[in-house]
Design a protein around this ligand. Structure first.
Ligand SMILES: Cc1ncc(COP(=O)(O)O)c(C=O)c1O
Length: 419
């Protein structure tokens, strides 16, 4: 047992955006017990409306006013979140037909919805053309497929070319550009490809240049944005010679990160916004009416969500204390370290109904699956927990429920709520 009188507010595990009362975590003004009563059981994801709203507002205030903000639905496709964000952002990025329908159901104009991702089928392409959504084309084959489908439908397809630039985003959790990639068309292939585009069947609306996800280094992001805008300048200049319609936009993708692990610091968004204003000036002086879009996922919703699971068993094996919970990897793959992490690190966790306490112990927290990969937290020191206490995983609002193998081992259904 470890004695520790660390104050609640100083605990790294409780991010400052969350409120608490009487040593218990609150979300949307409700205790975790009341959320459980509302939903019927644990495990659940709970998302906080106010935190999302404030995050979007503070980002918009920091970014240059001529940046357009879109939400990348893949980060969290929970319909109430998509509905909420439809009121707060100007467009959606979708990665499948299902996400496209989700986006359209919010009333977002089709013109402000883009559909990216390799391997789109004819069914995906036809649906997007019929709806008027812009297809971000990822290969020459896809361009032909889009043109043929548009011709068959007697419609014109809105497209933007996804570009795989030569540069890459440094310090990024997941790189999506530079070198050989399945995403987009290599930048060097475009001078030959653009003049040959099937303009009779397509409207070329813009270029999509997205370099990577989960970046906490403002200077690395800015350097990529600068390179993106100078590449965009070349591509627009070239496209304007052949494209019968004007280029509407440049989409610079997502990628702003949130801190998950010890010693990670939140992005300095004021600095990013100020520097981006300067970088944008020169682009806008040439292309005043070309919209510059950021399509963010994780940054908008990631820190507004918690995953809550209940302690079912507590046991000691050869000196290690385990909390065994009713939720785990099957709901939260990223937290288990199996969604792109090279070395597993702990997300911030807490005992939600005992946020602080003098009595603390080191525990490993695991889920109910019969695999050593099912780890919620490894060797963390927390207030001493007992059966029926709540284990809370913070920073769980993005790439959580929808990015996890829910059916693995046929565990009970997961609940989600936006409060
Ligand atoms: C095309 C595209 N846009 C946007 C995003 C969102 O990225 P993030 O959640 O890092 O902002 C992704 C993520 O992979 C993506 O592939």
């Amino acid at each position: 047992m470890i004695k520790n009188s660390e104050k609640l507010t100083e605990a790294r595990a409780i991010p400052k955006q969350f409120k608490h009362d009487n040593n218990k975590l609150l979300l949307g003004g409700l205790s975790l017990t009341n959320i459980e009563l509302l939903l019927g059981s644990t495990p659940y994801y709970a998302y906080d409306k106010q935190i999302i709203t404030e995050k979007v507002a503070s980002l918009k205030a920091a970014l240059p006013s001529d940046i357009t903000l879109h939400y990348a639905i893949k980060a969290n496709p929970y319909q109430p979140i998509v509905n909420l964000l439809a009121q707060q952002v100007s467009g959606f990025d979708v990665a499948s037909k299902k996400e496209m329908l989700l986006a359209l159901q919010t009333g977002m104009p089709a013109n402000n919805i883009s559909f990216a991702g390799p391997g789109k089928t004819i069914a995906d392409i036809s649906a997007a053309i019929i709806a008027g959504v812009t297809l971000h084309v990822e290969s020459p084959t896809e361009i032909s497929r889009v043109a043929n489908t548009a011709q068959q439908l007697s419609l014109r397809a809105n497209i933007a070319i996804r570009v795989n630039p030569e540069f890459e985003l440094k310090h990024s959790g997941m790189k999506m550009s530079g070198g050989a990639k399945p995403f987009g068309i290599d930048e060097e292939a475009l001078p030959e490809l653009i003049p040959q585009l099937p303009f009779e069947h397509i409207n070329l609306r813009g270029f999509h240049i997205y370099s990577g996800s989960q970046n906490l280094n403002a200077d690395a992001i800015l350097s990529t944005q600068q390179q993106t805008l100078s590449l965009a300048t070349k591509l627009i200049t070239l496209a304007q010679q052949y494209n019968p319609t004007k280029i509407d936009y440049i989409n610079m993708g997502g990628g702003l990160g949130i801190p998950y692990f010890k010693n990670e610091k939140p992005l300095d968004i004021e600095y990013l916004g100020n520097q981006l204003t300067t970088i944008l000036k020169s682009f806008k002086s040439k292309f005043a009416d070309v919209e510059v879009i950021l399509e963010l996922g994780r940054y908008l919703v990631g820190d507004a969500g918690i995953y809550v699971t209940k302690v079912i068993d507590k046991k000691v094996s050869r000196g290690t204390s385990y909390l065994v919970c009713d939720g785990g990897l099957h709901h939260h793959l990223a937290n288990s370290g199996n969604f792109g992490q090279v070395i597993r690190k702990n997300y911030p966790v807490a005992i939600g109904n005992k946020l602080a306490g003098d009595e603390r112990e080191q525990v490993s927290i695991v889920g109910p699956l019969c695999t050593p990969l099912d780890i919620l937290a490894d060797k963390v020191t927390l207030p001493t927990a007992t059966i029926d206490d709540y284990v809370v995983v913070f920073q769980s609002g993005a790439y959580g429920a929808s990015a996890s193998p829910k059916d693995f081992l046929s565990q009970p259904e997961l609940k989600e709520v936006l409060l």
